[in-house]
Structures are given as C-alpha cells and as structure tokens.
Design a protein around this ligand. Structure first.
Ligand code: DGJ
Length: 729
C-alpha cells in the first residue's frame, strides 16, 4: 500500500516504485528523519538514526540524552529556538512576542488515495489505490498550535508529495512568519545543486554547481514564480548525468513568490527546503483557523535526470493537469501576435484563417488588441468589451467568419491586469494592488488587479465568462505581463498587508477554478510574457503554457530542453515564427523552425498570407506530419539525447507509449569544416526489436540504434536539423 508503519518503533516508511522515505518518532516525541533514497525493504530501520554527543555549543533539548541536539539531529519539522540553528520549516510569532515553538508527536492516520488541498492546486488520484496518504499530527503545547503533516506516496508515479496544515487551537491569534512545504535533511553534502534560471525570453537555463558550506537558494520575490527562477531544485550525486546516478527533484506546486534552498551545515549535512517565500510574508492566524501550505513534489531517481523527468512528466501530465484536454491531442494553431501585433481588422484575421484552413491549421487564436481601444500596450486592460473600431460587427461576427473557414477560434485575455487608461480603473481606482499615499509603479503601463479581493475576483469571472458565452470560443490564452510592486490591498488591515501576495494567489486559483470548470470544453493555455509563470500550480488549471516569448529556433533549443527537466511536452507551446526572428534577429530555415516547434504543442505565429507557394507546400507537409505524430510527441516518453548546454548539437526523441513508434530530432547550430562523423545514440527502444525508418524498407536493430547510433550531421550549413521516424517491425 506504500506506507509501512512500525507501531512499536513509531517508524513511518513511505515506499514508491523505486524510493523510500523514512522517519521516526523519538521517545521525546520529536520527529527524526531517517532516510530518503533508493527503495529499502520494510523492516527495522531505526538503526539508521545515529546520534552523537557534541560540544556544548550544540545544546541538548532532552536533558537525559546528551546525544540529542537539534543542531545535529536530522529532522522532519525543524523549528527555531531550541537548539536548531539551521533554517526552520515553520516559524510563528506568539502573542507574548516569542518565536519559539516545539512540536511533539500526537497521532497519525493513514488514508487510501489523497485528500485535496483546500483552495490550492495539487496532484490528485483518480482511484484510491494509486496512492496512500499519511497524516501525522504534532502539537506545540505552550502555544496550542497544531500541525498536520501530509505525505502521499504515489506508488506507480514514483513520487512523494508533502505539505503542512497549521491549525491554531489556542484562544489567541498567532502570526505565521514562515511556513514552508517540505524540509529534508540529507546526511552529507556530496551533491551538486541544479536550478532552472533565466530571464524574460531566455527562461529555464540549466545551472549546476557543487554544494558548499552555507546557503544556496533560488527564490522569487516578484509575486509570481517568475522567468528568473523556477520553483524547482535538484540534488545530484557526483557523476550523475542524464541516464545514471542518484537525483532528487523538489518541485513546488505554487505560482507565487517561493524559495528553494539547500543549507550545508558544520557537519556537512544538507537541509533541502522549499515553499512560499518568507520574504514579505506574514499571516495572522486567528483562534480556530488553519493555514494550508502548497504542495512539494519530491522525486527520487537512480537513473539520472532522465529518470527524474520521466516521473515528473507522467505525474504532472496525468495527475496534476486536469480536464477534457488533459488526454486529448492539442490542435495545430495559428496566433496573430507576431503577424500583426495590435494592427489588425476582421478582414486581415479572416485572410489569415483562410490560408490556415487551406494548410491544415485547426485553430485561430486572436491575441492582444481586440478590446477597449487597445492599439498599443498603453490602455484598456480590464475593459473586456470588443473594440468596434477594429471589429465593427463584433466578436460574434469575427468568430463566425473564422469558424466558417472550418477553424476553431481562440482568444487572448490578461484578466489579472488593469490599465490606468481604462473604464475599469476609472470606476474602481482601489481595485489594484497599491499602498496608501505612494505612487503606483506601472509596468507596461499597467497595474496588477487586487485578486485578494472577492469583488475583484467576481467581476473578472463575470467579464471573462460573458465573452466566452457570446460566441463559440474553444481556446483561451491567459496572459500576465508584469510583476507585483507596492504590494498592498485596500481591504486588508495594516497587520495583514503582508498576506496580500499569497491571498492574491488564492484568489487567482479560485478565479481559474471557477472559469475553467464553467467552460470545460475550452482549452486554456497559461502565459506570462511567455514562461514567466511556467509552474505546476498553473498546470493544475491549464494543461499547457506558452513556453517563451522567444520563438527563435536556436534559442528555443535551450528553453525547451531546460523546461523538459520537470514539465511534460504536452505542457509546452512552441510555434514557428517569421525570419529574421523578432527577438534575436536570426534567420533559420523553415525546416529547422518546424522541427523545433513540432517538438511541443505545434503552431504558427506569423502572417500565413505572406508565405510563397513553395513555403506553403512545406508548411502543408509539416502540419500533415505533425498530425500523424502529435500523439507520440504530446503523450509519448521523451528522451534527451544531446544537450544544448554542453555543445553545438542538440537532440531529443519521443517513443510512443506502446513502443511502436519513435520520432528523433537532431539539431546542429554551427557547421564545421571537415568535421568528425557524428553518431547519435537513441534511447528508450527495445533492444530485441527491429525498427524501420518510415518511408524506407531497411530494418535496424533497437540495440544497434541505441548502442551504436545513427549517422547525423553530414550535410553542411549552419542551423541544421534532421528528423527521423521509426516504426517497430
Ligand atoms: C505576452 C505574450 O507572451 C505574447 O505571446 C503576447 O500574447 C503578448 N503578451 C501580448 O501582449
């Protein structure tokens, strides 16, 4: 069942397909962490805990046992004030001003399946036997605070999730200063730390460095998960790589400011923790109230980064994403953003749709600029009424002109924002995040709506719903284009102002829940200036994300490769855009752009009417091929073959769930004169089976394809790509 409990030893052992996570209640009632790693047999594991008397600088909270100090004890619930000098999981300020707490075991229970987290996105089960959940209760007797630690072991998905519910059983309010989701103590520091970092239009670069004494962390203080850092970190055993070695992944199901950190202490142990960023966070918990932290998803892999990614891909694709489109092939789309920006009218849109239909495109997406009087990015956000100057006969008319071409229709929104130049702002100037008597800093000439407010949430649900009801719209791109400043809410009292950012996230999640469940037939794609909020929290509501505003094929190699470390391919939007590319000025072939874009949820983001007849033929062929392989791309097993972070070549491949088909993509950035022959070793095939190149007659052994490899890169020229399809014979 995934959770073994030795009652005599009060020892808890969570097991998944290949991992074990073990902790124990000590006689003193404290929870000690014993082990996280490769799967162990269940049995007596209490000997794994080794305590030792140290100098008096590591004080002893249990008077009769001088081998116990929180300064050295590996713990499940580290807190501050009673001899642990490392960073705590939880810190609260009590009415008497003290921040000292001590949590002692009270009880535990096991539930089949997995309970939902109130108000927060989280992984889920469809059948109770997919997972088991352990809930351990601890109490701080002095304050009356109680915590419920929730651990779920997903046996088949090979992942463990963890979160904490803090309950105020006292008669007084307390302040939560820090409430992380997970904290794991590792017995040594022989690891490399891996993070996904970047900036707007170059998201999720892979950064690896050895752990060293002290703190290493990634965090966002922007009020969103951010382009700059992703809510994810991994620890890698030395020498581990894509295919082998021990890797621990930690991913946070949250879209706001977060922290993920590793602290290496004096004895070279490592404390890995992650959760809501305590920076600018302070939550008043009234008597009788509770606070639920977001969920951390932990994956252990003995098969390197590739093994870790496979687990995250399966879990996030099948048990985090939801709704009708979770398991459906995604349509090939054309988006007008890079084609027209704000300058379009109904005729232009219809022209693009006409060509799209002829080429095999299935969905037209009308991007920014269709509402208010938005001819540039300096007005109208919040006024979700169609701009009759551009679309004189309304949205309904445009939608029918597009759908008459046999295409579906999709629409862009940026629901969380308001332009100072808008009716919404004039009518409700206090509806944005702001601080009394201070100026309101604009970003892209817009302010952030205060989604912590119920009235704002309700009005946005109403406005977006009214538009979605007025015409057969089957796709929504939900954008968000600036970070939070002057973070304050007009409705919260002074002592609660630092709750605003998290309350915003709860409000946003509630709005998205209401809208996505009211429109179950709409495919929702999240976006934040591309990948500024590419996180598991958003994936719970919207099964795909616009990966990056950078559509250059070469830049996308790194962006898509880095993103794939955690996020499934079915979550990544990738489009062919015009050349020279608008973000980097580079010119790459239509073929290469196609191969990169076909490695995700495929589409075009350019003026299809500008294609020559020759280009149209190439595009027709691309779309036809993509339709044949998209099930394999979106729902197959993804293998990284060559890393763009390590050299001039990149390659990846997909194997269908039934193992019958494979698609391989190879990319080379710069051509080299008289270069050595290149062989690309495939992965994920059956060594005993034979495979035929689609369109050819020769059969190749799966073993030879994987262990010897195929020849690639013979053709000269920069920005070169190759594509191979294999069928099992
Ligand atoms: C940022 C998005 O990432 C783009 O794709 C586009 O939708 C613009 N916003 C529109 O303002």
């Amino acid at each position: 069942m995934g959770i073994y409990i030795n009652n005599a030893q009060q020892l808890f052992h969570l097991q998944t397909k290949s991992a074990s996570y073990v902790f124990q209640v000590l006689p003193s009632g404290y929870l000690a962490h014993l082990y996280y790693g490769k799967k162990l047999r269940s049995g007596d594991l209490s000997w794994l805990l080794k305590t030792q008397e140290r100098a008096s600088f590591s004080p002893n909270p249990v008077a009769e046992d001088r081998t116990i100090s929180f300064d050295t004890l590996p713990q499940e619930v580290p807190v501050y004030g009673t001899s642990d000098f490392r960073h705590p999981l939880l810190q609260c300020r009590l009415q008497n001003g003290s921040t000292v707490t001590e949590f002692i075991y009270v009880s535990h229970r096991v539930e089949q399946g997995k309970p939902a987290l109130t108000g927060l996105p989280a992984t889920y089960v469809e059948h109770e036997d997919e997972a088991a959940t352990l809930i351990v209760e601890l109490q701080d007797k002095v304050s009356g605070l109680r915590i419920e630690l929730q651990y779920t072991a997903f046996e088949h998905y090979d992942a463990i999730t963890r979160s904490m519910n803090i309950v105020n059983d006292s008669r007084e309010s307390i302040q939560i200063l820090r409430a992380l989701s997970a904290s794991v103590d590792f017995p040594h520091a022989d690891y490399e730390w891996l993070q996904l970092s970047g900036a707007w239009s170059r998201e999720r670069d892979i950064v690896r460095k050895p752990l060293t004494y002290g703190m290493q962390a990634v965090e966002s203080r922007r009020g969103s998960s951010s382009h700059q850092q992703n809510p994810f970190a991994a620890l890698l055993a030395p020498g581990s790589d894509e295919d082998q070695g021990e890797v621990y992944g930690f991913s946070l199901v949250y879209s706001g400011s977060f922290i993920a950190q590793a602290e290496v202490d004096q004895f070279r142990t490592t404390r890995l923790s992650l959760g809501i960023n305590p920076f600018e966070f302070n939550w008043t918990l009234e008597a009788g109230q509770s606070f639920q932290t977001p969920e951390a998803v932990m994956v252990y892999s003995a098969e390197g980064l590739g093994g870790m990614s496979h687990n995250y891909h399966h879990l996030y694709r099948e048990r985090l994403a939801r709704g009708k489109y979770r398991d459906l092939e995604r349509p090939v789309l054309v988006n007008n953003w890079e084609a027209t920006y704000f300058q379009f009218n109904a005729d232009k849109i219809e022209d693009i749709a006409k060509v799209g239909q002829d080429l095999g495109v299935e969905l037209f997406v009308l991007d920014d600029g269709w509402f208010g009087h938005r001819d540039s990015d300096n007005s109208s956000l919040g006024d979700w009424v169609v701009d009759k100057n551009k679309l004189p006969n309304g949205l309904e008319d445009l939608v029918s002109r597009v759908t008459n071409q046999g295409m579906q229709f999709g629409l862009w929104f940026e629901p969380e924002m308001v332009s100072p130049d808008s009716d919404l702002y004039h009518n409700h100037p206090d509806w944005c995040l702001h601080v009394p008597d201070r100026r309101r800093t604009e970003g892209r000439q817009q302010l952030v709506l205060d989604f912590s407010r119920q009235d704002v949430q309700d009005e946005i649900v109403r406005l977006v719903s009214d538009i979605l009801k007025c015409a057969p719209i089957t796709y929504v791109k939900w954008d968000m284009n600036r970070n939070m400043t002057e973070v304050g809410s007009a409705l919260l009292p002074p002592e609660r102002q630092q709750e605003t950012a998290h309350r915003y996230m709860l409000g946003l999640y509630d709005v998205m829940e209401r809208i996505t469940s009211s429109f179950p037939d709409v495919l929702f794609e999240s976006c934040s200036g591309g990948g500024g909020r590419f996180d598991p929290g958003m994936l719970y509501y919207m099964p795909q994300t616009w990966t990056s505003d950078n559509t250059d094929a070469i830049a996308r190699l790194r962006i898509q490769y880095g993103t794939s470390l955690v996020y499934p391919i079915s979550s990544m939007g990738s489009h062919i855009s015009a050349v020279p590319n608008h973000q980097v000025g580079r010119t790459t072939s239509l073929e290469m752009r196609g191969h990169v874009a076909m490695s995700g949820n495929f589409g075009y983001e350019l003026d299809l009417t500008a294609f020559s007849e020759e280009e149209k033929n190439v595009v027709k062929e691309q779309i036809a091929i993509y339709k044949e392989i998209r099930g394999l791309i979106q729902f197959g097993e993804f293998y990284r073959l060559l890393s763009p972070f390590e050299g001039n070549e990149t390659a990846w491949m997909f194997v269908s769930p039934d193992g019958r088909e494979a698609a391989v993509f190879y990319f080379r950035i710069l051509s080299e004169s008289n270069a050595p022959l290149s062989r690309l070793k495939l992965k994920g095939l059956d060594p005993e089976a034979d495979y035929r190149l689609v369109g050819g007659s020769d059969a190749f052994g799966g073993d030879a394809l994987m262990y010897a490899g195929i020849s690639v890169g013979e053709k000269l020229g920069d920005y070169h790509s190759e594509f191979f399809r294999f069928e099992r014979v």
